[in-house]
Design a protein around this ligand. Structure first.
Ligand code: HAM
Length: 435
């Protein structure tokens, strides 16, 4: 909880004349990129609909405790990465670092259980904020596509969640993705395993990295997926949770694997995969791509049956996933351009401006994407602009044409032009543009 920011600042400092730039790790999504984002969002929404999910949008700011009590007081997210705004009256506010806790909070707060079927299936496409060291694939503001299924603890739902995500990636033709699956046990079997793990690690404690020495007392299971070579060597022969499940966890995990078989999903059991959020019980999974470099997880998720109680709600089992949109988009090969403008109106002379605006209004109302020249410019420069916009037709409207009740329509692809009656122009262009 390190990023304490004041609630208001006048911004008056000696750097006032400094050229403004965005903060590190906060990126602009520019017009040439956005078409791909739209395609991804539309495909995700369609797929969520197919699996029975409805959208939810939660606020950007939440109480700090929502995350410290669910994601976990000792996690990197809460300890180091949350942006916190001081708010003496109502309690400090956090820019949400993830979506699961907010969705469960909203579900309980609005008592959706009373009015909606179980399981409740909710998805979100929202920005998240984490104060991490920016690098390729890691940002401080990033977008997640995520989904949560609430109210049922059957492993059939975990399998469906994993299958739905695999379906989503298939839609985008993302290959070279490996599914890593684990079960991290539950509050019945995990404490005993933790003790065994600590006993094993005690001998190598001095050789652990500083972060892992801090984890040793409070969260020793996180040491299992430390990325430091020295720690990885130590945990290579550590006892794994897999050998310590209680009967219920064992059965849950076995059933999950059977259901995944029905869905035709291939996976790899990775007993050392421990996710960076404390709320997981039993199922944990990550989809990993070798094409993503160091930040290889395209998405992660799992089951969190105790989360609701941790934030003061009723017992509410749940399972979900979240995928980094920037990471997904970096894997997509397609390049999509924004929708092109159909018609450009070249305006010649002041008297033509008002009729040109009226024509633009009529063309747009007919569904034709139209732009015109807002400044006084030569015909040559306006034609150059029409070329830049990539329009199919340019309408040239000058005082002479107006006097005759016509306009010149130039077919930009055929490099030919003809005169058309002004009062027929919308119909003429509609016919040509829309076929
Ligand atoms: P997470 O593993 O912390 O899980 O994040 C999910 C995904 O968000 C990651 O796999 C990655 O693609 C993306 N991501 C995380 N941090 C960054 C970052 N700094 N920059 C870019 N992308 C990032 C969760 O957030 C859980 N709420 C997932 C979940 C939902 N579990 C159950 N339901």
């Amino acid at each position: 909880m390190q990023r304490l920011i004041g609630v208001s600042s006048t911004g008056k400092d000696s750097r006032l004349l400094m050229k403004m730039q965005s903060f590190r790790g906060f990126r602009d999504i520019l017009p040439d990129e956005i078409a791909l984002w739209h395609v991804v969002e539309a495909a995700a929404r369609e797929l969520f609909g197919l699996y029975g999910y409805s959208e939810i949008r939660t606020p950007v700011l939440e109480k700090v405790e929502l995350f410290s009590r669910s994601v976990g007081e000792d996690t990197d997210i809460v300890q180091k990465e949350m942006y916190v705004i001081e708010n003496k009256r109502e309690g400090n506010m956090a820019l949400r670092p993830e979506g699961t806790a907010s969705v469960v909070r909203a579900y309980n707060e609005h008592n959706l259980a009373a009015s909606r079927p179980v399981p409740e299936k909710l998805y979100y496409i929202l920005p998240m904020f984490r104060h991490e060291r920016p690098q390729a694939g890691r940002f401080r503001q990033f977008y997640q596509i995520g989904a949560e299924a609430l109210g049922i603890d059957s492993p059939a739902l975990d399998a469906e969640m994993i299958a739905m995500v695999a379906h989503l990636l298939k839609k985008f033709e993302v290959s070279s993705v490996e599914i890593h699956l684990n079960s991290v046990g539950c509050k019945n079997c995990r404490p005993q395993y933790r003790e065994q793990l600590k006993t094993y690690l005690a001998a190598s404690y001095p050789e652990l990295c500083q972060d892992c020495r801090n984890r040793y007392e409070r969260n020793p299971m996180r040491i299992l997926d430390c990325k430091q070579a020295g720690c990885q060597q130590i945990v290579a022969s550590a006892p794994v949770m897999l050998e310590h499940y209680c009967q219920a966890c064992h059965a849950h995990f076995a059933e999950l694997q059977e259901y995944l078989g029905i869905w035709g999903i291939e996976f790899r059991i990775n007993p050392r995969m421990v996710r960076g959020l404390d709320y997981y019980v039993r199922t944990a999974f990550e989809f990993v791509s070798s094409s993503l470099g160091a930040q290889s997880a395209i998405l992660g998720g799992g089951r969190y049956d105790g989360l609701s109680e941790d934030i003061g709600g009723p017992h509410l089992p749940g399972v979900g996933f979240a995928m980094g949109m920037e990471r997904l988009i970096s894997l997509l090969q397609v390049e999509l351009r924004p929708q092109p403008i159909d018609v450009f109106i070249a305006v010649l002379g002041a008297a033509a401006r008002k009729p040109a605006i009226a024509l633009q209004r009529d063309l747009r109302q007919a569904g034709i994407r139209t732009e015109l020249e807002y400044q006084e410019k030569s015909l040559k420069s306006q034609m150059k602009k029409a070329g830049k916009l990539g329009v199919s037709y340019t309408v040239i409207l000058g005082e002479n044409e107006l006097a005759q009740g016509i306009a010149v329509v130039r077919d930009m692809r055929a490099s030919s032009q003809h005169e058309a009656a002004l009062d027929q122009l919308v119909v003429t262009l509609l016919h040509r543009v829309k076929g």
